[in-house]
Design a protein around this ligand. Structure first.
Ligand SMILES: CC(C)(COP(=O)(O)OP(=O)(O)OC[C@H]1O[C@@H](n2cnc3c(N)ncnc32)[C@H](O)[C@@H]1OP(=O)(O)O)[C@@H](O)C(=O)NCCC(=O)NCCS
Length: 154
């Protein structure tokens, strides 16, 4: 596995992986209607491109294929952490988070935080995050339970 920075040519692969991960993996914890609202058939490609360009995004590659991706905003927010359904449970997200933590240390951040899905909560807990509060967020007409989580660094 290699971890590298995102390049614009990755965009469609990331969107496909995001849809696969939500619809095949997060479906364990959310309804069909919820996963379709979370990862719709048609995403706003331009807004995805703008967001990816606005912050460091890292891609995990296994045998030349994109297996997962993550990102880091300047205030320590981890917005995205998605692993393809064919690459679950093999340390892909762990490797991506190590990259995020290395960058956070370089930037001198004192914490990371995220809004973890029910599906991702055990992963983040395993990696030292704690739940600050459960919450409900609304997206495209659906309500989602997730968890505000943080990890203190240093
Ligand atoms: C959550 C997710 C990113 C984890 O990715 P992954 O590559 O399978 O995770 P890893 O293999 O790197 O796991 C790292 C550690 O977390 C643990 N872990 C991961 N998922 C777990 C789970 N569901 N339950 C318990 N432990 C879990 C692993 O056992 C591993 O422990 P170790 O370091 O002691 O070996 C992945 O399941 C996913 O893409 N889920 C769907 C999308 C999603 O909900 N993303 C989050 C949006 S906020």
């Amino acid at each position: 596995m290699i971890i590298r920075l995102y390049v614009p040519a990755d965009l469609d692969g990331l969107i496909r992986l995001f849809r696969d991960s939500v619809r095949r993996i997060a479906i364990r914890d959310y309804t069909e209607d919820q996963v379709k609202a979370w990862a719709p058939d048609a995403v706003d490609r331009q807004s995805w491109a703008t967001r990816r360009a606005s912050r460091p995004t890292w891609v995990a590659e296994v045998d030349g294929e994109i297996a997962g991706f993550t990102d880091l905003e300047p205030d320590g927010h981890v917005d995205m952490m998605y692993v393809h359904s064919d690459h679950q449970g093999r340390g892909v997200a762990g490797a991506l988070l190590r990259q995020v933590e290395a960058e956070a240390a370089r930037l001198g951040l004192d914490r990371l935080y995220t809004e973890a899905s029910i599906t991702a909560r055990p992963f983040f807990e395993r990696k030292g995050f704690r739940v600050i509060a459960p919450q409900t967020v609304s997206l495209r007409g659906q309500d989602f339970a997730n968890y505000r989580m943080e990890k203190r660094l240093g």
